[in-house]
Write a protein that binds this ligand. Sequence first.
Ligand SMILES: Cc1cc2nc3c(=O)[nH]c(=O)nc-3n(C[C@H](O)[C@H](O)[C@H](O)COP(=O)(O)OP(=O)(O)OC[C@H]3O[C@@H](n4cnc5c(N)ncnc54)[C@H](O)[C@@H]3O)c2cc1C
Length: 417
Amino acid sequence: MPPRSRTSTGKAAKAESAAKGLRLRKPKAPDIHDIVVVGAGLAGLAQARMLQQRGFTIHLIDPRERDSLRAPSADRRATALTPASVQLLDLPVDWLAAKGQRIESIVVDAGLAPALSEDEALRLSSGAWVVGNADLYAFLVEHTVLDGRFGQAVTGSRVEAGRRRLTMASGDPVEARVVVAADGRNSILRREDGIQRQQQDFRQIALTGVIRHEDPHAGRAFQRFLHGGTFALLPLPADDGGEGHASSVIWVEPSASAKGLFALEPSILTERMQSRFGDALGRLSKTDNEDWGQFPLLAHSCDRIIGERLALIGEAAHSIHPLAGQGLNLSIRDAAALTDTLMEQRHYGLDPGDAQALERYQRARRAETARMTGLTIGLNSLFSRPGGPLRAAAAVGLRALDQMGPIKALLEREARR
Ligand SMILES: Cc1cc2nc3c(=O)[nH]c(=O)nc-3n(C[C@H](O)[C@H](O)[C@H](O)COP(=O)(O)OP(=O)(O)OC[C@H]3O[C@@H](n4cnc5c(N)ncnc54)[C@H](O)[C@@H]3O)c2cc1C
């Protein structure tokens, strides 16, 4: 057989590789970064902003397109940010004045009487700020440099050659010396790393939304520990420059009864709300343009919140019962602790993904997360049981607490952390 000419062999090879290219696109060389934050929810954005403010360059990844991150959020919930969180997020005073409502006091009641009585209730001082989740989200998006991959989900990860490699739905991998998993409750990074978690299903659903009331809230937040679940109101900022007549509701009921109850027609549901709460704020009414959301309540905590070149923050690391309003506050403190660790590494010219450094981050977060998880599970199970001596004792305990200066001060300090 005559030898093939060099030209025809070259052409054939080119044609073959072009055909292969059609079938199998060669992935691009991975993008390599120092720090990648996976998840642009409230926790991931808070983390990215804190690090950027200290001069770090952050690569963010989220399955949503960049433009949809900038679109107004549909989250109708509000969060009570502790003074420590306000400081850690570096929220400007004029922004807080425009978008936030300071909580002057929290009125807590054990729910033994049909309606809340302020004379009988425990009154805690606070200093927390209520902000709408949508407003907070918009602030963080506006004040974070959105560099990274958007419209693409992480599908897996592994460690090789001193880096964590993230595989992406798009096929082009991303590598980092350290990856921050802020990818929420069902974190793929946590699952892929084999991190075990303990889960508790409270078999409760929270109804959340905005309610208007006849009387001004005067900065009061309310929390009723009713059997079946808590009923809480957080004061919202006045939208008309006058006194605040709207509050954010978090109404928790057992799942079995919640399904029918929360499906009731809004005016009937508002009546039921009034009967759970009483008339401390006058007549309650629902605005037509506000949707109420429903959230099944679960808590989880993890055996560890770090892996090789991996740190978990926010709901990827933990979720707690919302009765203490501390879930996001915990996440903000995760982000602050990790920021401190990464700054220390940079200060000494060390690897940001070093195992001992990540161990320090984990140690810094362990005690507080465990305390808050235990406290919220304990309070929920103590108060959500119907009747019985334990519940009555707990109610007396609340009233007795009011007389005990040092213990009350301790509770108030806990609410401010
Ligand atoms: C009813 C209710 C009331 C609450 N009230 C309060 C309160 O008053 N105070 C308080 O402090 N906290 C409160 N919380 C808790 C708070 O809302 C949450 O802690 C917080 O919103 C969770 O933020 P996150 O960023 O960790 O998770 P998420 O909001 O779930 O964000 C996860 C992000 O990761 C992205 N993502 C997911 N998968 C991938 C992937 N494979 N690749 C890349 N990105 C991915 C998602 O797109 C998303 O942007 C409440 C919670 C509930 C349910």
